[in-house]
Design a protein around this ligand. Structure first.
Ligand code: URA
Length: 212
């Protein structure tokens, strides 16, 4: 197996079990959606493991104490449309005060390069810790372009959270953004000639939204 220094495979048994259920072709849209939400809670826990804490004085019902709370920069989740929205719900449950950005990209049929059709980021994104959400890191081009956009807006502390990654996509993404750690539940075998991750779980957007 190739080693990617900035890639964390979230190997927690609960994540791996849920991923297996998601991969099954027989899993219904309702269950797929629920599983993605549950997995995003667990992956989010890993992505946010190193958030800085600061000590503050609080009053418990019994006494005054120094207690830790999240310090400094606030969070922003950036969903790559449309499948990124599947990971959003669990992340927002973990950090309800986070801001949310969206990036929409399509692949130009001639150049095969990602073309931006929608971007909306919080005005203060440059001051936030950004977690970009893209369940399927396939070619890596969309995620790399979305991170380009977020960096262009001034953000400097960025992570990418996904469910599955293809080795090809990881190579493209980590070469483009060696400073951006990638959190994934699995590195699958390969990307096929249609751009699907194999063995994969199919089209994440179609499975989440029931569009096929
Ligand atoms: N996007 C998907 O939804 N699935 C893949 O396998 C690859 C990209």
């Amino acid at each position: 197996m190739i080693e990617y220094p900035s890639v964390v495979v979230v190997s927690h048994p609960l994540v791996q079990h849920k991923l297996t259920l998601m991969r099954r072709a027989s899993t219904s849209t309702a269950n797929f959606r629920r599983l993605v939400r549950e997995a995003s809670l667990l992956i989010g826990y890993e992505v946010m493991r190193n958030l800085p804490l600061e000590m503050v004085e609080i009053e418990t019902p019994l006494e005054t104490m120094q207690a830790p709370r999240l310090a400094g920069k606030k969070l922003c989740f950036v969903s790559i449309l449309r499948a990124g929205n599947g990971l959003l719900e669990g992340m927002v449950e973990l950090v309800p005060s986070a801001r949310i950005g969206h990036v929409g990209l399509y692949r130009d049929p001639h150049t095969l390069e990602p073309v931006e059709y929608y971007v909306k980021l919080p005005e203060d994104v440059a001051e936030r810790i950004v977690i970009v959400l893209d369940p399927m890191l396939a070619t890596g081009h969309s995620a790399a372009a979305a991170v380009d956009r977020v960096k262009h807006a001034g953000a400097s502390q960025i992570s990418l959270a996904c469910l599955l990654a293809a080795p090809e996509g990881l190579r493209v993404f980590t070469e483009a953004h060696p400073d951006v750690p990638v959190f994934t539940a699995s590195i699958d075998r390969e990307l096929d000639e249609h751009g699907y991750i194999r063995p994969g779980l199919g089209d994440a957007g179609d499975r989440l939204f029931g569009t096929k």
